[in-house]
Design a protein around this ligand. Structure first.
Ligand code: FAD
Ligand code: NAG
Ligand code: NAG
Ligand code: NAG
Length: 528
């Protein structure tokens, strides 16, 4: 079917469209002509040629058939991807799955979606926790799995990473160079969703989030243009991509800044639940101490596992540590008596399987997020309330406590800042991730209700202590949470203005309906 594509000509035409305009989509934009520019021979696909005149045909079957005719059946499957983390996403049945290998192919699928009005979803690592986030019933799932480039720049200051990569692929590639990037902490998570929503890393206290350390993005816009976006090229879009999720285009390459990373210290411990308050005090001091020493990453998690109360922690330090003689910032934590310990010096790559194993794929899942001003009394009250309500969830439930320290908040202001609405002046913050895995669909409603009520209660507690913060972390948020409104009214207005400029037809709002949209409302509404 090669004759349907004039690839080199098409690539040239796209390049011309990019350089010739500051207006990203003229009012008389003609999708058919843009497809022809991409090298698609419209007249050779009778159904598509017909669509130019008629619009009542079944859009998605035409779109999927056209993709097959243009790209062949190795790149188009009628089955859904089998590599989602959450069971609810696995259960979604698209019309077809398209697996592009180049930005131009991504451009063509976006234009085909527009022409046929067939909606789509974009999937990187597939670790979003709710259906529709990176899957779409009856539409086109664009699975980026084969866009898995990994390439260091000649000066080794940046690395090009395709969204088909998981974090383990990235770290395995960089380890021999003694380099790393600010990226995810779990081996199997994808680079795409994590980076576009923020990206909490072991390196965040010093460098900020993953999104704060992207030198440039290669992005396919709503009109099928391939743009390189950086602090100097399209800076408004660069700002919006730092936390704006899937609302601005399909990222086909992330160019991350690299940082030096040899062996590091990694410690995972379990404690008697009675030590939770002691650990929260240590947490608070480590958050404050990050100003002096940003090399420590840490979190405290509490869990209820079939009647058992568990408390665990994870500590990472940029360099190897002698646990008997640790740097000051680790001393309070390491002095707490533990019941189980795994402490070692190892590579960043070696730290990552642990978090994936602790949150295995294949379960029904829900994740919820909320942030607060750092307040250890509030942390203790939240933990105590968790252990009160957790028994009403039959299997496993967990709550982890993480921080946005003052140096992390400063790092988030680099290069024009990100879109999250988190600033050093009102920090530091802690935030919670409530995560529940379960198997029986008949429990969906009761579990979601327990979690939602819990979040309501802790928000009220925080209000009483004057410690509530609006922000919710997108990659940990549930579809019942209004994530983008919580970036602040100014930031949401700015995000909408950027969208109007680069996507005036609102393609990424309507034809890609999943995940957190720029209307700022919860994707599933706020009732359960
Ligand atoms: C086990 C586990 C560990 C985790 N650890 C961390 C952690 O350490 N730090 C952290 O910050 N978060 C963590 N998370 C949360 C994680 O960041 C989110 O689940 C995130 O959505 C995963 O990204 P993904 O690419 O795998 O997901 P996907 O489901 O593929 O994508 C999520 C969203 O991003 C969009 N998207 C993905 N790629 C692109 C692209 N190239 N262009 C445009 N849109 C795109 C999708 O359309 C979708 O809406 C963890 C989650 C799990 C399940
Ligand atoms: C778009 O372009 C095609 C092909 O050149 C043409 O047939 C069609 O009429 C155009 N559509 C509009 C709305 O101008
Ligand atoms: C486009 O397809 C038509 C119909 O199959 C064919 O006649 C024509 O030669 C093709 N054009 C190009 C440039 O390949
Ligand atoms: C980790 O490295 C430090 C510093 O080199 C060393 O003192 C310590 O013994 C090592 N720890 C382990 C568990 O090997």
């Amino acid at each position: 079917m090669r004759s349907l594509l004039k690839v080199s000509l098409g690539a040239l035409a796209v390049a011309v469209r990019v350089s010739a305009q500051e207006i990203f989509e003229p009012v008389d934009f003609n999708v058919t002509e843009a497809l022809i520019d991409n090298g698609v021979n419209i007249t050779a696909i009778p159904e598509l040629a017909g669509l130019v005149a008629r619009s009542s045909l079944k859009g998605c079957s035409i779109a999927c058939n056209s993709l097959k005719l243009i790209f062949g059946s190795t790149k188009v499957s009628s089955a859904a991807p089998t590599t989602y983390w959450s069971k609810q996403q696995l259960d979604v049945d698209p019309s077809c799955t398209f697996m592009p290998t180049a930005a131009l192919e991504v451009s063509t699928v976006v234009l085909l979606s527009r022409l046929t009005k067939c909606p789509f979803a974009v999937k990187s690592g597939g670790h979003a926790a709710f259906p529709g986030a990176s899957s779409i019933e009856g539409g086109i799932t664009i699975d980026m799995v084969n866009m898995n480039e990994r390439k260091l720049s000649a000066d080794k200051k940046s690395v090009a990473i395709g969204p088909g990569n998981r974090w383990i692929d990235v770290y395995d590639y960089l380890t021999p160079y003694n380099l790393a990037v600010v990226g995810g902490r779990a081996s199997t998570v994808g680079v795409g969703g994590l980076t576009l929503g923020g990206g909490i890393s072991h390196h965040t206290n010093k460098y900020g989030l993953a999104c704060d350390n992207v030198a440039s993005y290669e992005l396919v816009t709503a009109s099928g243009i391939v743009l390189t976006v950086s602090a100097t090229k399209f800076p408004d879009l660069y700002w919006a991509l730092r936390g704006g999720g899937n609302n601005f285009g399909v990222v086909t390459t992330f160019h991350y800044e690299t940082l030096p990373q040899g062996l590091m210290f990694s410690s995972k411990r379990q404690y008697d639940a009675a030590y939770a308050p002691t650990l929260f005090d240590a947490f608070g001091n480590a958050v404050i101490g990050a100003v002096q020493d940003p090399k420590l990453a840490h979190f405290v998690a509490i869990a209820h596992v079939r009647g058992l109360k568990l408390v665990s922690t994870e500590y990472e330090y940029f360099t190897p540590v002698d646990a008997a003689n640790p740097p000051a910032i680790l001393q309070e934590y390491l002095a707490v008596p533990w019941i189980q310990d795994s402490t070692r010096n190892c590579t960043l790559a070696e730290t990552t399987p642990g978090l994936s194993e602790g949150m295995p794929a294949g379960f029904r899942t829900t994740m919820w997020s909320q942030s607060f001003k750092l307040n250890t009394d509030l942390m203790k009250r939240i933990a105590s309330h968790f252990f009160t309500i957790a028994p009403s969830i039959p299997g496993v439930s967990s709550l982890s406590f993480q921080a946005f320290s003052t140096p992390a908040l400063h790092a988030m202001q680099k290069k024009g800042g990100n879109a999250l609405g988190l600033y050093p002046d009102n920090g530091p913050f802690f935030h919670i991730l409530f995560y529940v895995p379960w198997t029986d669909a008949s429990e969906d409603e009761s579990i979601l209700t327990v979690v939602k009520d819990f979040l309501g209660a802790v928000v009220r507690m925080a209000g009483e202590l004057g410690a509530l913060n609006d922000y919710m972390y997108m990659p940990y948020s549930s579809p019942y949470q209004p994530v983008l409104s919580r970036y602040g009214a100014d930031n949401l207005a700015k995000l909408n203005a950027v969208s109007k400029k680069y996507d005036p037809a609102g393609v990424f709002q309507t034809l890609q309906p999943g995940y957190f949209k720029l209307d700022g409302v919860a994707p599933y509404g706020t009732t359960i």
